[in-house]
Design a protein around this ligand. Structure first.
Ligand code: FPP
Length: 226
């Protein structure tokens, strides 16, 4: 079966550039091309939703020059509304956007509203996202609404992902085997694939092999194999 929702941890951009004696930012530039490729592959192989971890709550500790370059990349991505509208892609963002420059926040809102009626591929970009921040924000909003006890549905509805299905599969490139504060609750029963490929090297062959590997997994959700 094809996974309906794949979430990507796009790791290895910096090393891809360093291996070529290029500045790290060049790796992010190439990583942007991979994101674009994966969006097209998701459409080709009929995946319904793809989520990309583009900036974590921990990424603020990177040098300002790298952060500024990532902002530049996000601005360019956000300026391409027509490209996504024409592909019938619906864009959404998860994370605490308020910490980003106002023009980026405005462009995110514009992209969301201008693609809201599209019913093709869902593309979700995690910006200033971290599960601990998400859960803390959710708990505070539930408390502010006057609740003194909550159900699982209350928690789900207070998460940034309230209107997005949980990922069937989480893929991390770059050789590290950890989740790095990404979709911790939402991936409770996801399948995981960790690949040594660096994100800029992730291509159609790698995408297909991830789909094949997922198809071979048996999901039991804590029950018995059916
Ligand atoms: C992790 O690799 C990657 C990031 C922190 C940035 C990911 C962002 C992009 C791929 C840009 C595209 C995003 C959009 C929304 C257009 P790393 O730099 O930590 O790699 P390293 O572990 O090799 O140093």
């Amino acid at each position: 079966m094809t996974p309906s929702h794949i979430a990507f941890i796009m790791d290895g951009n910096g090393r891809w550039a360093e291996h070529r004696h290029l500045p790290r930012k060049y790796g992010h530039k190439m990583g942007t091309k991979t994101l674009d490729l994966v969006v097209n592959l998701a459409m080709k192989y009929e995946v319904k939703t793809v989520t990309f971890y583009a900036f974590s709550t921990e990424n603020w500790t990177r040098p300002k020059s790298e952060i500024d370059y990532l902002f530049q990349i996000f601005r360019r991505f956000l300026s391409e509304i027509d490209k996504y509208r024409d592909k019938n892609v619906r864009l959404r963002f998860i994370g605490n956007l308020a910490k980003f420059p106002a023009d980026i926040v405005d462009s995110c809102e514009k992209m969301v509203s201008e693609t809201a009626k599209n019913d093709g591929l869902n593309v979700v970009i995690a910006l200033n996202y971290g599960s601990w921040e998400e859960i803390t924000t959710a708990v505070n909003s539930l408390l502010a609404s006057g609740k003194t006890s909550v159900t699982k549905d209350d928690v789900v509805s207070a998460l940034y992902t309230h209107d997005i299905d949980f990922p069937d599969l989480v893929v991390r490139t770059g050789g590290e085997v950890r989740l790095s504060n990404f979709l911790l609750l939402q991936s409770a029963y996801s399948e995981f694939i960790f690949t040594d490929l660096l994100w800029p090297d992730f291509d159609e062959k790698a995408f297909v092999s991830v789909l094949d590997e997922y198809a071979s997994r048996v999901r039991k959700y804590g029950g018995l194999k059916s």
